[in-house]
Design a protein. Structure first.
Length: 230
């Protein structure tokens, strides 16, 4: 792990490393190290660099390493880097191909095929596979919702509707790690809030929607209810 002084020194040459990030995974790992747990540097990341990485995913290949970099810049040991949470969401919205297997019927169909096709039974074990990328993406979306940004949930809801969550969580083909990641994201996006009557009414409405999905969600719903009773 680089110390702050070395991070600052390497940051001055960010453009050199950035130019190789789309073809060299080691360059991407070094860029992550430059920003790792350094909230000040994370806030100074140029918009152009962030947008370029999102477009690399969109146009060329879906690199988990870029998503891992996005996770690095949205959360440090100091807590959420709120400016970057919003910036990353906007970048992902602008690069539709980056939101692989998340929404829209073709994405759902592809995700289900990958999870049920015997040829892809080790999909999550393949670090360069589509399912591994998708799981990393859902975890990144969760981290963009950490904290108390007033526009946080609304931005994520624009990407993923309740129907998108229900379709994924209620499909018996959804692998457990993916179901768990989507469940945690759903809880963060739709069930976070205060104890006002309006907030509670919204939460109960969301639970009613999910509970109507059937047996596939019974264990998840029960665990969540138990957590809420504590």
């Amino acid at each position: 792990v680089l110390d702050a002084e070395n991070q600052e020194a390497l940051y001055e040459h960010l453009g050199v490393f950035e130019g190789h990030a789309d073809e060299d995974v080691h360059a991407m790992e070094l860029i992550r190290e430059i920003f790792y747990d350094n909230a000040e540097l994370c806030r100074r990341l140029p918009d152009a660099v962030l947008d370029r990485f999102a477009q690399v995913i969109n146009e060329q290949n879906r690199q988990r390493s870029i998503l891992q970099f996005f996770r690095t810049i949205v959360y440090t040991s100091e807590g959420p880097v709120e400016e970057n949470q919003g910036r990353v969401l906007r970048a992902l919205k602008g690069a539709h191909g980056a939101l692989l297997l998340c929404a829209r019927k073709p994405d759902f169909t592809m995700r289900r095929k990958i999870m049920t096709d015997p040829e892809h039974e080790d999909g999550l074990k393949n670090a360069h596979g589509l399912l591994a990328y998708h799981l990393e993406l859902v975890r990144l979306l969760y981290m963009t919702e950490m904290g108390n940004r007033p526009d946080g949930e609304e931005n994520c809801r624009m990407l993923l509707s309740v129907k998108d969550f229900a379709t994924t969580l209620c499909d018996d083909a959804t692998l457990l790690p993916i179901r768990s990641a989507w469940g945690h994201l759903f809880r963060r996006v739709y069930l976070k809030g205060g104890a006002s009557s309006e907030d509670l009414a919204k939460k109960n409405s969301m639970w009613n929607i999910l509970e109507s999905c059937g047996a596939a969600l019974e264990s998840f719903v029960e665990l969540e209810r138990e957590r809420r009773r504590r």
